[in-house]
Design a protein. Structure first.
Length: 231
């Protein structure tokens, strides 16, 4: 990748910080492209679940990855031409994602694909808004704007709980989701391969805690940071 990624906005942060939602809204606001990197890992996790692949067997996971392709069209995610947007929200997929994402060779291949997708869109003059765990450290390390989006664990767990139906979902409780959130944080921060950064501001990120912000207020905060960087 070149060092002149003037049209790249990299958003990193922990699970359920609202990165996907904010990135999608931001891309629409800037008439850009939302590179939903997390969806790609979720697609691989879904594939492993549906094929009953043991994710501790790296060769099997890599083989599956070599046989799948992704298409990101706005808020819709396609896996091998099939719309899997809703399937990717399943708890079983969410729980498996950190395991496949912790495989070094998987991340290497994903980064290559993500850079290719992003570069093509930027060559078309699009502002690429990419979000994930290591966008600003591995995928677009020279992005013009790096955002670390976070919120308190309880707030993030509540968001995920409501996404899954809240009290109308008799199969899950808020406590379950809070436990999942804390465990996911632990894995993301402690994994050996591309861990989530612990001191984002020292790494050049603009830190935004949206625990008490609305979606619109969060988008405005990112737009303000973007405008400051392009002046």
């Amino acid at each position: 990748m070149t060092k002149d990624l003037v049209n790249a906005i990299a958003i990193d942060g922990p699970v359920a910080a609202g990165k996907g939602t904010i990135a999608a809204l931001l891309a629409k606001r800037l008439k850009g492209f939302h590179l939903y990197t997390g969806a790609m890992y979720r697609c691989l996790a879904l594939c492993c679940l549906e094929r009953d692949i043991d994710v501790t067997k790296v060769d099997s996971v890599l083989s599956a990855l070599s046989e799948i392709w992704f298409d990101l069209d706005g808020d819709i995610v396609y896996l091998n031409d099939q719309d899997v947007t809703e399937k990717l929200k399943q708890r079983s997929v969410t729980q498996l994602v950190p395991k496949v994402a912790a495989i070094g060779k998987v991340r290497e291949e994903m980064v290559k694909r993500q850079q290719e997708i992003g570069r093509k869109k930027m060559d078309m003059g699009k502002v690429v808004v990419a979000e994930g765990r290591d966008v600003a450290t591995k995928i677009f390390p020279d992005a013009r704007l790096k955002i670390f989006l976070t919120a308190r664990p309880e707030v993030r767990a509540k968001r995920r709980y409501e996404q899954m139906g809240g009290k109308n979902n008799a199969t899950i409780t808020f406590e379950d989701i809070l436990g999942d959130t804390n465990e996911r944080d632990r894995r993301d921060y402690e994994r050996k391969v591309d861990p989530l950064v612990k001191n984002p501001e020292k790494m050049g990120y603009t830190l935004i805690d949206n625990s008490d912000l609305t979606e619109d207020e969060t988008v405005e905060a990112v737009v303000s940071a973007w405008n400051s960087h392009i002046k």
